[in-house]
Structures are given as structure tokens and as C-alpha cells.
Design a protein around this ligand. Structure first.
Ligand SMILES: [Zn+2]
Length: 140
């Protein structure tokens, strides 16, 4: 294995991202815990359902509906949170390779305020708003 030493000029890390790195890592841990919790809860729930503990009872339609709603809901939640983890990882690797805090669309700096609120943001507020407008239009 060739350990390719990066000869290219080291990107000057003009920004000190440590604060944001900590934010991201903490967020990632929190989300991982939530995913684990949701997953365990769901597994327990389906095992309970499958074991027929509740056989003998008549399932109320309403119960069934809300049950499957719960499951869909937490499934979506897990999916969203997994996407978040992906974004966080991306942001963390950008901190090392350079490019963190730069909008992927217009290459402008993302404001500190935005990064503080969404440390894994990959676009600036302007581009985000444009994107949302576009999505809303498409949804129509
Ligand atoms: Zn932008």
C-alpha cells in the first residue's frame, strides 16, 4: 500500500472548525442513540405482535391503524435520521479535506449563524431557499 503523502499544498485551514466539529459529533451521537432506541422499540413491538400475546382480543380497526401509523412514522424517522448521519459524516470529512462551510451550489461561505443552527448544512441560506421554492413548485 502506497501511503500517498499529500504533496499538494495543504489547504490553509483559515477557519477553526473545532467548535462545529464538536457540535456535529454530539449531534451524531444523539441521533445514533435515537435510531437505536426507535429500532429496538420497533423490533420489540413486532415481536409482541407476532407472539400473539394479544390473541384472544379482537383487534380494533382503529388500533391497527394507529399501530401501523406508529411504525411508519418511526420508520420515516429512522430514515431521516440516517440521512442526517450521512450529512454529518460528509460535513466532518469536509472539515478535513477543506470545503466545510462553503455552499455546494454557489461556492459562497455559509454564514456562521446558519452553521451554528445546522452544522451539517451544505448550502447557504439563499440556495436553500431557492431549493425549497423549487421543491414546492414541483410538488404542485
Ligand atoms: Zn449558495
Amino acid at each position: 500500500m502506497v501511503n500517498k503523502k499529500r504533496k499538494e499544498k495543504k489547504k490553509v485551514v483559515s477557519q477553526n472548525w473545532e467548535k462545529y466539529r464538536i457540535l456535529l459529533i454530539e449531534l451524531k451521537q444523539k441521533i445514533s442513540r435515537e435510531i437505536r432506541h426507535l429500532t429496538e422499540e420497533n423490533i420489540a413491538k413486532s415481536q409482541r405482535d407476532a407472539s400473539g400475546e394479544i390473541s384472544g382480543y379482537t383487534y380494533h380497526m382503529a388500533d391497527m391503524a394507529s399501530d401501523s401509523f406508529d411504525r411508519d412514522f418511526s420508520y420515516t424517522l429512522v430514515k431521516n435520521e440516517q440521512e442526517l448521519i450521512y450529512l454529518i459524516d460528509e460535513a466532518l470529512s469536509k472539515m478535513d479535506s477543506g470545503g466545510y462551510g462553503i455552499c455546494e451550489f454557489c461556492n459562497k461561505k455559509i454564514t456562521k449563524k446558519r452553521l451554528k443552527a445546522i452544522p451539517y448544512a451544505k448550502n447557504c441560506l439563499n440556495c436553500q431557499e431557492e431549493e425549497e421554492k423549487r421543491i414546492r413548485k414541483e410538488a404542485r
